[in-house]
Design a protein around this ligand. Structure first.
Ligand code: 9MR
Length: 323
């Protein structure tokens, strides 16, 4: 074992300073969560951190369409089951991610050409996943990243064949399969005012006016340094639709330079305080535990623990917000 890892195991996340989830709950929120999957729930030090500091898990990839229905009508749940079982064993929440998304979508879905066929496929996919985990999922990201940056509906097999109605179809199927699960629309670049935020608010208002069963807006919050200051007001703008809001995939792209680590710590504190300041913000999920496993790559150092699983100034920033 590398000495640094040994020291991290000795001094790091296992001990009493953890508990961000406990602290955010003391502030009236439901959870402080992380993305997780086989690559982390199978690693002892990740498990230590996931269970000391995090109260909710979002499967980073294992509930996506390519992972769960790689060929039509043939479902595979090995990794999704493992994540849900891990959460249940530790008494934690799960955010299901994601039912309908144009990425990580098998070719057999993209090549559908009939609206009625696609409707049946969406209904079967959503119903099968939501039913399998009924009662075990706090919230589902029912649709993900449906908007263009200008706030209009993005192009996908779903929108191309069904227009906006694919969103209605997915939410209605999800509600029918698990009436207790909170149902979210999830997207990125909802961190500041502008066309995309306006488009999201308008879309949510249309969905509500059509009676679509929607409970929340997920703001992914993949940001870079210095862009945290507009988040509280923007979360409030989203919450003014009357829905819950959540920060669903937080990370802050940076580097390991000391100056950047200090700015990142301040930015994390600002984001954490933003959720606290918005009464409809239910919780915060970071998109992973350590920089070692971030989708952005370790050089961007975007998370709360470094590649040796030592807490960073970013962690201290979140902790300060909750303390
Ligand atoms: O973190 C995920 C990464 O492991 C996958 O390769 C990638 C593939 O699309 O998806 C990443 O997670 C994304 C999430 O599901 C939706 N919002 C953007 C996230 C980062 O790309």
């Amino acid at each position: 074992m590398k000495t640094s890892v040994f020291i991290a195991l000795l001094l790091g996340p296992a001990v009493v300073l953890g508990l961000l989830d406990t602290k955010i709950k003391a502030k009236g929120k439901k959870y402080f969560g992380s993305a997780a999957d086989p690559g982390t729930i199978g690693v002892a030090i990740d498990v230590t951190i996931l269970t000391s500091d995090y109260g909710a898990y979002t499967p980073e990839n294992s509930m996506k369409w390519d992972a769960t229905e790689p060929s039509r009508g043939s479902f595979t749940f090995t990794n999704a089951d493992a994540l849900v079982a891990f959460a249940q064993a530790h008494g934690r929440l799960v955010r299901g991610h994601t039912l309908v998304w144009h990425n990580q979508l098998p070719a057999w879905v993209s090549s559908i050409t009939s609206a009625s066929d696609l409707t049946a496929v969406i209904q079967n996919h959503v119903t099968t996943l939501v039913t399998r985990f009924k009662g075990k999922i706090y919230a589902w990201d029912v649709v993900n990243e449906v908007l263009n940056e200008d706030g209009t509906l993005g192009s996908s097999v779903f929108s191309n064949l069904l227009g906006e109605s694919f969103i209605d179809i997915a939410f209605k199927a999800a509600r029918a399969a698990d009436p207790a699960a909170k149902l979210y629309i999830n997207d990125f670049n909802l961190d500041a005012p502008g066309a995309k935020t306006n488009g999201m608010v308008a879309l949510v208002n249309r969905l509500k006016s059509r009676g679509v069963p929607i409970d929340g807006i997920g703001s992914q919050t993949h940001i870079s340094l210095g862009h945290a200051g507009t988040i509280a007001a923007n979360l409030q703008t989203l919450a003014n639709t009357g829905l819950d809001v959540a920060i669903t995939e937080l990370d802050i792209a940076s580097s390991t330079s000391t100056a950047n680590e200090a700015q990142q710590s301040s930015d994390y504190e600002t984001v954490a305080k933003a959720c606290l300041a918005v009464s409809r913000c239910v919780g915060i999920t970071t998109w992973g535990v350590s920089d070692k496993d971030s989708w952005l790559g370790a050089a961007k150092a975007p998370l709360l623990w470094d590649t040796n699983f030592v807490r960073k100034p970013a962690y201290t920033g979140v902790d300060a917000a909750f303390s």
